[in-house]
Write a protein that binds this ligand. Sequence first.
Ligand code: PLP
Length: 414
Amino acid sequence: MNEPNRKPGDPRWSTAGFSTRAIHVGSEPDPATGAVVTPIYQTSTYAQDGVGGLRQGLGVGYEYSRSGNPTRTALEECLAALEAPDGSARGFAFASGLAAEDAVLRSLLRPGDHMVIPDDAYGGTYRLVARVAQPWGVGHTPASLVDIDAVRAAIRPGQTRLVWVETPTNPLLSVADIAGLAEVAHAAGALLVVDNTFATPYLQQPLSLGADIVVHSTTKYAGGHSDVVGGAAVVSHSAFAPWMDGIADLGESAVERVGFNQNSMGAVSGPFDSWLVQRGLKTLAVRMERHCDNAEKIVEMLRQHPKVSRVLYPSLDDHPGHKAAVEQMRRFGGMVSFQVAGGKEAALEVCRRTQVFTLAESLGGVESLIEHPGQMTHASVAGSALEVPDDLVRISAGLEDASDLVADLEQALG
Ligand SMILES: *Cc1c(COP(=O)(O)O)cnc(C)c1O
């Protein structure tokens, strides 16, 4: 496989703070022009010095943009530096979050294998596991990830290869104890994959807690402006899948397998999409602080509102996994869910009436969004173990003024 210009963790930035890494890692001045921002290398192919001879030197060594592209490399180096400042992991950028998940699943599993998934997994993840991986021959068991014993019971010795974690979960925002689950997975010889889309590496770094692989929908907070669909996998160099045969001479290394499949399956992040996600990452820390500030003010109002029967947010001490959240998260994130007294019709009415909050799926952008998971993002899990309450409303607190967001929800609740 072509390995263009890739340094395993730049020692200059390994002790730098989060934002310094977000702004500098991968973003060297362009070797050709000095451009401070990595250009969008909108090219499919690269001139070679001779037959079989890739160009040598700074910023070169590329042959074809599915295998490698400098704009994508810049993003991949940045993602790795945010999830693993010590250079202990490698980043891979994909065309969507689900493309990243698919590449991870097909890199590490074979027909006959089994995985444990959250019982309130993101609907698209559930669909991939239940309707794509399962017909291929990979079994799964949904378990409540806030209950370590339930996860232990769901593991099938010698067959379970992955424990898949989302935390906080979508849409119930439960928090799983990553370090505890890593221990349980590793004791069974399985790897722990964490979907870090909701928390982002700014709020929590699963690899440092023992996870082997982090996946992201960079469509959400990483991109942050609702203008790109993208995904990522950040894979620890110490993650091995000893149950895999030496297919294509790749051995057991998860980094090599995911890298091989990124190129072989081809669902890569294009240059412009990579550029947008990296631009988003540079402001991730300041955006996350504001998302959290706004979410906290909304929670404060909802908790006292007579028409709200329950607020789901990890800062609340009656919340499942509150203790784990305090231990492993910097703050509690920009997502808030709540149940509306009066049931499904009342919940749908709130979604219809907001004016600042836009009724839409997705999350993590500058604009606040509201949705009804039962009929929107989680409609595909109706009737399954993953079904969500029908009086539930989920919001993504954007970066508008908190007073406007609070007032909008108050008028929508009536
Ligand atoms: C959106 C999302 C995904 C899927 O990502 P896409 O970019 O839409 O393919 C996976 N996990 C979570 C938690 C998400 O919110």
